[in-house]
Design a protein around this ligand. Sequence first.
Ligand SMILES: [Zn+2]
Length: 97
Amino acid sequence: MFSRYTTELDSERPSFHNIFTVPSGGSFQSIKTRAIVEHHGDDSGAGRWTCSKDPRMPNCVHIHKARDTLQKYVLSDSRATDPKASTKSLIYNNSGR
Ligand SMILES: [Zn+2]
């Protein structure tokens, strides 16, 4: 799921507040297992990403999924991904969990 709000503090640099609901753990369960990912920034994926489940982790798996979702939306391509997020996800996975 994906909700978008526009915050036009500066019309030359449009900024968005996006809210993503990302399933947690890969299994379909109740809403309580979902992570809420918020993005404040522009359509390139730049800006600040926060996750309700991992408040101290700037690039957790939920944010990775949300970044891909944003690119699917921006590019109108269901197979789009955010290459920057993929790179960071590898770092995240290699760091041990
Ligand atoms: Zn997370």
